[in-house]
Design a protein around this ligand. Structure first.
Ligand code: GLP
Length: 248
């Protein structure tokens, strides 16, 4: 595990964008695993700027997103499909046919999960997986207690996640209670994993995930065993890490 300590959110975003950009430059037809939430917005913005300057070409890049709410379609402003277009895809030259997100409106959840795992396999797996970190240590929507060996599946969201993410919805009641998420098994198959974390409110999750035992109670903790894992976190997110020597 490699830890990059950034000063603040903007520095974290630039560092993460650098790693993603390097991946695209080295392998122009790479498969990027992408995340939603507040954490990656700055990195997506930086990548858009480099694209506009003519330094980054997404024409052959393929993407698979981590998760989607059950019941929300691509035109719903709260869906992750909509978020990805409005924050990133609409501003780069990616072919939307090469972007994949679980279908929140799929009538059969089991079939949709199988379909999504087949999509990832058919693409040859993920070259670089970008991750955020939930305040309870979740990755994607793999909530505490989730088995490490699951592929894409449909989850009941935890109360903590519902409360945290309800801020994006007009009322808390509109927040979906279920979501599709790629599994931890899928995430661990990615050839490289980059996690971005910012803010004091994530410090406990960072400490428990990467300076504590590996346990399904803290889903992100399994990343300690990933062969190519980089944590890009700002000082606030690293503020509870025991001992300065822990960060190289
Ligand atoms: C959500 C998403 C995750 C994301 C996490 C952190 O629940 N499903 O993929 O990483 O929350 O979000 P944020 O970056 O907004 O803190």
């Amino acid at each position: 595990m490699r830890v990059i300590c950034a000063q603040d959110y903007d520095a974290m975003s630039r560092q993460a964008a650098n790693l993603i950009s390097a991946q695209v430059l080295l392998k122009p037809d790479c498969v990027l695993g992408l995340a939603t939430g507040d954490s990656p917005i700055g990195a997506y913005g930086q990548l858009i700027r480099w694209h506009r300057q003519g330094d980054l070409d997404f024409a052959r890049v393929k993407t698979v997103n981590l998760d989607e709410y059950v019941g929300l379609g691509v035109t719903d402003p709260q869906s992750y499909a909509y978020f990805m277009r409005k924050t990133f895809f609409d501003y780069i030259n990616i072919n939307l046919c090469n972007t994949h997100i679980p279908n929140g409106l799929a009538p059969d959840a089991g079939l949709e999960c199988n379909r999504y795992d087949e999509v990832i396999q058919a693409l040859g797996g993920v070259d670089l997986q970008l991750l955020g970190l939930g305040a309870n240590g979740h990755i994607g929507f793999n909530e505490p207690g989730t088995s490490f060996v699951k592929g894409t599946h449909c989850v009941e969201l935890s109360q903590t996640t519902i409360e945290t993410n309800a801020r994006f919805f007009t009322t808390a009641e509109l927040m979906p209670r279920r979501a599709f998420t790629v599994g931890i098994f899928d995430i661990m198959q990615a050839r490289r994993v980059v996690m971005i974390v910012s803010g004091r409110h994530k410090a406990r999750a960072v400490r428990d995930s990467f300076w504590g035992p590996i346990t399904p109670r803290v889903p992100a903790s399994i990343l300690q065993l990933h062969r190519n894992f980089t944590l890009v976190a700002d000082q606030a997110a690293l503020s509870l890490v025991p001992g300065e020597g822990a960060i190289s």
